[in-house]
Every structure is written in structure tokens, then in C-alpha cells.
Design a binder for this molecule. Structure first.
Ligand SMILES: *[C@@H]1O[C@H](CO)[C@@H](O)[C@H](O)[C@H]1NC(C)=O
Ligand SMILES: *[C@@H]1O[C@H](CO)[C@@H](O)[C@H](O)[C@H]1NC(C)=O
Length: 399
């Protein structure tokens, strides 16, 4: 009786050991280590917020950053763009892609070559914009579910190492990275096909005339980036803004057509285009849709915060290039119509014609039409919504 029991017991141990070995092998071969370490049932979602300069991405970034389930980081690619001497965007895109892949998986060792010799958490670009870096385990000052305060975070959290950043990252269900430095989707294909990632792409676009107005308010802020976008070409100073805007418009067409007209199968259900103007007019509904797309819950606190941030006073006269303030978002999105001279509006419309018609921005034919604010220049979004109908024949366009 006792012998038989021992045999069974040994067999049981053997089974357990084998099973353990199988899990280890499985984890090494196939899944990402972290999904085996912690809760295997809960896969992390990776969100890439693709936008361009002055398109409301700071606000949308904060909509993610302040959410208690999100680890958010702004522009990790900034480190690549600023470290390499006089580069062009084309040269950098694979380095940026690989950096994102590691950061999405909470591996920050990839940042090492781009950081100063002695670094800590505060060496990360715009790190105080990340609520997660002001919350435990990265820093004790902001409890989850509370909203972070940049000033306090800057004073109390800077001296921490990147190991706590990694540890913090692993405790969230969503890792969200914002980038203004993508001009195509093709370089992201390996990430979309990577079984260790569950990538969703949110493509935030804005009326190029409003982008122009906003860039003009802080011309110095973009010198370096503009040179990279324009591949260091020698372009007269007065033309730089127009040329950059043209590149941005081309990228809107390139990205949107790639994702909607002829999407490869692995892009299916992973791309969502968001227009800044829709976000400004109907922030709660738009953010709810965005949260749903990535699998985040709209909390009561987030709802109140979003309302407050989009219904403040003022029309966006603040000079700081990267600040978000409480102001009337709907007014801000129309400000270009009273500020920008018609000659500039006309030029932007010529350069961005294809993108504007694709994204649903109506052109104006006269100064009178431009300044008459009750003429709505936004085409309702419905025809632009995501569909999987057979692709129409591709029209020749400005790319
Ligand atoms: C953030 O904290 C600073 C310093 O404690 C305080 O002066 C400021 O009012 C706070 N900002 C907000 C938006 O609460
Ligand atoms: C953290 O790094 C920044 C930037 O390299 C540096 O200015 C700061 O002194 C460092 N802080 C500490 C406490 O090491």
C-alpha cells in the first residue's frame, strides 16, 4: 500500500517537473518573459499614438497618461533624433522602430546609447508628462487614480534610475507611446506581426491650416526637427514651414491609405484615425471611442478631467510649444480662421489639397469665407470611418 503510494507520488512529482519545464520552454520560445512571470491571462496592450507637431497630441497623450491603467511615455524617438548628428528621417526610422519595440516591452536598456553618460529618470524627454513616472513604484507622490502635478513631480521624483522605470512599466496593462516622428506605417510592420506585442495605432490628424497657425506661434521650437524632416536639404527659411507641412500632409495620405484602402491582414482592427477637430467638438464621446478601441475603461474621474481640460477660458494664445492648458478646445480649433492671412491659407490649401480632401477638411475660396466662422469646414466623419469593403482603385495623388 505504502509502496504504491510512493510510486504515484514520484510520478506526480515527475509530472509537475515536466510541466514546469514545458512552461519554461514555452515562455522562452514563444511568449514574452513578462507574460509568464506575472499574470499570464492578462496580455499587455501596446498603443502607439502617431501624430505630428502641433496637432493636439499633448492633450491626447495626457488623456492616456492620467489614466490609472496606463504607462505613458512621450516621444522616446526624440532621443534618437537628437543624438545622431545631422540625420534624415529616412535613416532613423528603423532605429526608432526598434527602440519602440523594446520600450513597449518595458526594456529601457535600449535607451542607453542615446542618454548622457550619467542618467536617471529625469533624462527621459518630457518625463514629468508621464503620470506613471510620478506614481509608485517609480515615485511615491501620486497615488494611482489621482492626477499628477508636473511641478511636484519635477521636484520630488528626478533622482530615480531607469530600473524603477522598468519596474513601473511592468505593473500596467497598457503601455502608450506618443510619437510625432512617423511618416509611414511600413517600418512598423514587424511590430504588428510580433507575437509579443498587441499593437494598436492611433493616428491623430489636424487641419493643416490650424497646424500652420500653431507652428508660427513658436517658430524656433521646430528648427532641428524641420531639418530632419526635410532630410537636411538647403531650403530658404521662409519656405521651411510650408515644406514641412507638405511632408506632414503627404504622410497623412500615405498612412491613411495604407491602413484603409489596402491594409495588410495584420493591420486589421489595429488602426484608428482621429481628427483633432472631432476631439475638440465632442471630447467625451471621442475619448470614449478611443478608450474602447484600446480596451481602457472610461472612469468618472477621467470623464471630469477631460471635460475640465476642454472647457476652459482663452483661445490658445499661450506661447509654450508643449503646454496644454484648460481652454475652450472648440474655439482653439477655429483660431486659424481669424489669425492667418488668406494668402497663407491659400498656399497651405494648395500644398495639402490631397490630404485635406481625404481627411475631410473643406477649402475656402476667399478671405470672406475664411473669416465667416459659421461656415463649417469639417466634413462629417461618417464617410471616413473605417471600413473593410474591397479597396477601390487607387487614385493618383500627391505622394
Ligand atoms: C502643482 O503644484 C504646485 C506646487 O506645489 C502648485 O503651485 C500648483 O498650483 C499645482 N498645480 C496644479 C494644477 O494643481
Ligand atoms: C539626474 O540626471 C539629470 C540629468 O542628467 C541631472 O541634471 C541631475 O542632477 C540628476 N539627479 C541626480 C539626483 O542624480
Amino acid at each position: 500500500m505504502s509502496t504504491r503510494f510512493r510510486v504515484n507520488f514520484n510520478a506526480l512529482i515527475l509530472l509537475v517537473v515536466l510541466q514546469g519545464a514545458a512552461v519554461v520552454l514555452f515562455c522562452n520560445w514563444y511568449a514574452q518573459p513578462s507574460s509568464c512571470e506575472s499574470e499570464p491571462s492578462q496580455r499587455r496592450v501596446h498603443v502607439l499614438l502617431v501624430s505630428s507637431w502641433r496637432s493636439g497630441s499633448s492633450f491626447l497623450g495626457q488623456v492616456f497618461s492620467q489614466h490609472p491603467s496606463v504607462f505613458y511615455l512621450m516621444e522616446p524617438a526624440w532621443h534618437v533624433w537628437t543624438k545622431v548628428e545631422k540625420p534624415g528621417a529616412g535613416l532613423l526610422r528603423m532605429a526608432v522602430r526598434d527602440l519602440l519595440r523594446s520600450v513597449f516591452q518595458c526594456d529601457f536598456s535600449v535607451m542607453d546609447p542615446y542618454l548622457p553618460e550619467k542618467y536617471n529618470m529625469s533624462s527621459l524627454f518630457m518625463w514629468t508628462q508621464s503620470r506613471a513616472l510620478c506614481s509608485p513604484p517609480a515615485c511615491p507622490i501620486t497615488q494611482r487614480g489621482q492626477f499628477s502635478n508636473e511641478t511636484q513631480c519635477l521636484q520630488k521624483c528626478e533622482a530615480r534610475g531607469l530600473d524603477v522605470v522598468e519596474a513601473a512599466c511592468r505593473t500596467y496593462s497598457h503601455v502608450v507611446l506618443k510619437e510625432v516622428r512617423f511618416f509611414e506605417l511600413e517600418s512598423l510592420y514587424p511590430l504588428l506581426k510580433d507575437p509579443n506585442l498587441d499593437l494598436r495605432i492611433i493616428h491623430l490628424v489636424r487641419d493643416p491650416r490650424a497646424v500652420m497657425k500653431s507652428r508660427e506661434a513658436s517658430p524656433k521650437a521646430f528648427l532641428r526637427d524641420s531639418a530632419i524632416v526635410l532630410e537636411q536639404k538647403n531650403i530658404p527659411a521662409a519656405e521651411v514651414s510650408y515644406k514641412v507641412l507638405q511632408e506632414i500632409c503627404k504622410s497623412h495620405i500615405r498612412i491613411n491609405k495604407r491602413a484603409i484602402l489596402k491594409p495588410p491582414s495584420f493591420l486589421k482592427g489595429r488602426y484608428k484615425m482621429v481628427r483633432y477637430e472631432d476631439l475638440a467638438r465632442n471630447p467625451l464621446q471621442e475619448v470614449s471611442d478611443i478608450y474602447e478601441f484600446v480596451g481602457l475603461e472610461m472612469t468618472r474621474q477621467m470623464g471630469e478631467w477631460i471635460y475640465k481640460k476642454t472647457h476652459g477660458k482663452g483661445k490658445g494664445t499661450k506661447k509654450e510649444a508643449f503646454q496644454i492648458t484648460s481652454r475652450n478646445a472648440a474655439d482653439v480649433s477655429q483660431a486659424w480662421r481669424t489669425v492667418l492671412p488668406f494668402s497663407k491659407v491659400k498656399r497651405v490649401q494648395e500644398l495639402c489639397k490631397g490630404a485635406m480632401s481625404l481627411l475631410g477638411y473643406k477649402t475656402v475660396d476667399s478671405e470672406k469665407e475664411q473669416k465667416k466662422l459659421d461656415i463649417d469646414l469639417l466634413v462629417p466623419r461618417e464617410p471616413f470611418q473605417f471600413s473593410w469593403e474591397p479597396a477601390k482603385t487607387e487614385q493618383t495623388d500627391t505622394i
